[in-house]
Design a protein around this ligand. Structure first.
Ligand SMILES: [Zn+2]
Ligand SMILES: [Zn+2]
Length: 313
């Protein structure tokens, strides 16, 4: 099953030419999930030429303008989409007010249901969305306003199928094999029952995607993002501006590197939410200091596609 992340915007605070505001689109098989929706999000979607009209859910970290101003445009753009399932918008308190206000003032005509779910207690993490084969939970962050990170975790996958064991147990090649592979028990013609665990190896872990912006480093974060196949984390400033960053409750690129390193098991960490003070050519300063702590750090760039393969394939 394919899973890939598309960077729709990597900037913080204000959009720059070629750098839209923070937004990541995650595509898992056919399903689309959006994490934050900064200004310019819809432009990147067009440029990527994705079949994006059926985004299932939009996860909003917080109601600072650079994370939500793309929403009204996104809703208008998808106003006339033929869909039967609702669009979920999930975020901390006031997100509903923002969406309702935009729909009302802009007099949007939207021909499908929009369900806005405010996270009741953003200071405590918990599951906020359950899809087919995965869940998304929020984790509390520490910012100048209520802010949450999001962690998507796939369910475990059934173990590797061993055909020789199936044959030994008298299961003929064919549809019964497929059922066992899906984790179902089967009954043979002689009424013998074969359980999936008799022919499958141990269950294999699913993938994990973490989205953390805007926040100070919190001591509980490494545990939350541990084992991520992809961690997207803000690295707004170079350590040279460490004090400014921390005053504004943002992480430096070095903080992001430390988070990834302390977490353990993180495959790759992509920096995002760059301060507009850094021109594109200067961003390498940020990734350099992140790599000093966590070598598998990289710079996200607008319209970049990042694959999340299974680790055992
Ligand atoms: Zn921001
Ligand atoms: Zn913010």
């Amino acid at each position: 099953m394919n899973m890939e992340a598309f960077v729709l915007g990597c900037g913080g605070v204000m959009p720059l030419p070629g750098r839209h505001l923070t937004s990541i689109l995650l595509r898992r098989e056919g399903e689309l999930l959006l994490f934050d929706c900064g200004e310019g999000t819809q432009v990147s979607l067009r440029e990527l030429n994705l079949r994006w009209k059926k985004i299932s859910a939009i996860f909003v970290s917080h109601t600072h303008a650079d994370h939500v101003t793309g929403l009204p445009g996104m809703l208008m753009l998808s106003a006339q989409v033929d869909r039967s399932e609702p669009l979920y918008i999930i975020g901390p308190p006031r997100i509903k007010e923002f969406v309702d206000w935009a729909r009302d003032v802009l007099e949007m005509y939207i021909n499908y249901e929009i369900v806005v779910l405010e996270i009741e207690n953003p200071r405590v993490g918990g599951v906020v969305y359950t899809g087919e084969g995965f869940t998304v939970r929020s984790v509390p962050l520490n910012h100048t306003r209520t802010c949450v990170g999001y962690i998507l975790e796939e369910d475990q996958r059934p173990g590797v199928f061993h055909p020789e064991r199936a044959l030994e147990l008298g299961v003929p090649r064919g549809p019964l094999w497929a059922r066992l592979q899906r984790g179902e028990r089967v009954t043979l013609e002689n009424d013998a029952v074969v359980l999936p665990e008799q022919v499958l190896g141990p269950p294999r872990p699913g993938r994990k995607f973490s989205f953390i912006t805007d926040s100070l480093f919190r001591s509980d974060l490494p545990g939350e993002v541990a084992g991520s196949d992809l961690l997207i984390c803000e690295g707004m400033f170079h350590s040279e501006f460490r004090e400014t960053a921390h005053e504004k409750k943002h992480m430096t690129a070095a903080d992001a590197g430390e988070l990834a390193a302390a977490a353990g098991g993180v495959q790759r960490m992509g920096l995002i939410h760059y301060s507009p003070r850094y021109a594109d050519g200067q961003l390498k300063l940020l990734v350099k200091e992140a790599r000093r702590v966590f070598p598998n750090s990289f710079l996200t760039r607008d319209r970049q596609a990042i694959q999340l393969p299974y680790r055992d394939e």
